[in-house]
Design a protein around this ligand. Structure first.
Ligand code: AMP
Ligand code: MG
Length: 402
């Protein structure tokens, strides 16, 4: 055994990770329909007007506003209907004094018209005439050409997240695809002689690989492409071969073997192939966590214990990966609750303690770092700083929801 000589506080680990982020530089062009949630890699400027023509914002009558002066419900103005203009068609003649056009919402405004009277303010005199029952103000109910977007306007800036409304703006100016930053490729690999893939029979002493799937789900949810590798054995040879297979990854995550036992070889692997940034964090769960650079690439050595591994994936990997992918910070939802049972926390370690919510009461859900149900049966966690040892039943706690 080679015990941890020092551990660093969680805030220091977070700072080192922030400093270690290299935002992805590769870009790719994707169809608009596949671009939701991606990050724009270049500014997009409009080359057209939106709307491309002045149009009616109401179903009603396109009129010359001056013709309606003095009109009221009791003293309406009578206008002749020149034509009917539907969406997708174009008017064939201009509106002159005493005339109007029946017009649909979204249809092009005929020349000469400078207002639209909505149908509710009119009544039909006969097939060819309408009675306008209210004065129209110039430009009322008209969507002016270019009122929304003009040529040269930026509808998207580099770094913008493509949320639904920004996708809409890009579509409005007629682009069918968009250049975005590539998603970081994240190699995920479990280590351990005992670890086998779900679906295979379980021999004596073996367990199923949990971390590969929890890590892949987190990576997928936060802007990365998980690239799954088969488990490696606890030999330097096997780990080296596994590492070679991660050559095209932007981020590498190994789990297991990150602690200080004789069979915990990640530290030896990193000593051979790269540099350690930190090893050992004063947190529970998740103390045996390593961050390193191997061949210039960020390398996470996550604890083998499934809850430790996933907890640090949420707390450390998510911010790192999102920054690498150029995604905005992720702020999980929090709620206040009353602690249902007193918790004792270890000295000198910042604890992420999982809880289950029953109404507004937070009940302890943490079993052990090795138990995936510490997380899978929890709704969120509370944080207990390293200088606090007990949290009494009935205390109001802030629960960060998963
Ligand atoms: P290690 O970090 O390699 O010392 O492993 C700590 C504990 O986590 C051991 O009980 C391992 O069997 C278990 N473990 C390691 N890797 C995994 C994995 N991928 N899935 C589930 N359990 C694991
Ligand atoms: Mg192991």
């Amino acid at each position: 055994m080679r015990p941890f000589k020092t551990t660093i506080p969680i805030e220091e680990a977070r700072g080192l990770l922030r400093a270690g982020v290299e935002p992805i530089a590769r870009t790719e062009t994707v169809p608009l329909a596949a671009a939701a949630g991606r990050v724009a890699a270049r500014d997009v400027a409009a080359t057209i007007f939106v709307p491309p023509f002045s149009r009616s914002a109401m179903d009603g009558y396109a009129v010359v506003a001056a013709d309606t002066r003095g009109a009221t419900r009791d003293t309406p103005v009578r206008l002749r209907i020149g034509e009917r203009v539907f969406t997708g068609s174009t008017p064939t003649r201009a509106i002159g004094p005493g005339t109007c056009a029946e017009i649909a919402t979204g249809a092009p405004l005929p020349d000469g018209a400078d207002a639209v009277v909505m149908v509710e303010e009119s009544s039909r005199a006969d097939d060819e005439h309408v009675l306008i029952g209210a004065e129209a103000k110039p430009m009322q109910n008209i969507g002016r050409k270019g009122a929304d977007i003009s040529p040269g306007d930026l509808v998207l800036r580099t770094g913008d997240l493509l949320n639904p409304s920004r996708l809409g703006a890009v579509a409005a100016v007629g682009h069918s695809d968009v250049e975005v930053f590539a998603k970081p490729r994240v190699a995920i690999l479990s280590t351990g002689n005992e670890v086998v893939e779900p679906g295979a029979p379980l021999a004596a002493g073996q367990i199923y690989d949990v971390n590969r799937f929890t890590l892949a789900a987190v990576v997928d949810a936060h802007g990365g492409i998980p690239v799954l590798h088969a488990p490696a054995r606890d030999t330097l040879e096997s780990l080296n071969t596994a590492l070679d297979a991660c050559d095209d990854a932007d981020v590498i995550i190994f789990s297991g073997g990150s602690s200080v036992g004789d069979r915990d070889l990640l530290i030896d692997l990193v000593a051979q192939r790269g540099e350690v940034v930190f090893h050992g964090i004063a947190v529970r769960p998740g103390k045996p966590t390593m961050f390193a650079r191997i061949g210039g690439r960020p390398f996470f050595g996550m604890p083998g214990n499934p809850t430790s591994c996933l907890s640090n994936a949420y707390i450390l990997l998510v911010p790192f990966l999102r920054a690498t992918a150029r995604l905005p910070l992720y702020a999980p939802r929090t709620i206040a609750a009353s602690l249902g049972r007193t918790i004792v926390s270890p000295a000198n370690r910042h604890q992420f303690y999982t809880v289950r919510l029953e109404g507004t009461v937070a009940l302890p859900a943490f079993k052990g770092s090795g138990d995936i149900t510490s997380l899978s049966k929890a709704d969120g966690y509370i944080e207990i700083p390293s200088d606090q040892h007990t949290v009494e039943e009935g205390t109001t706690v802030v629960v960060t929801l998963f």
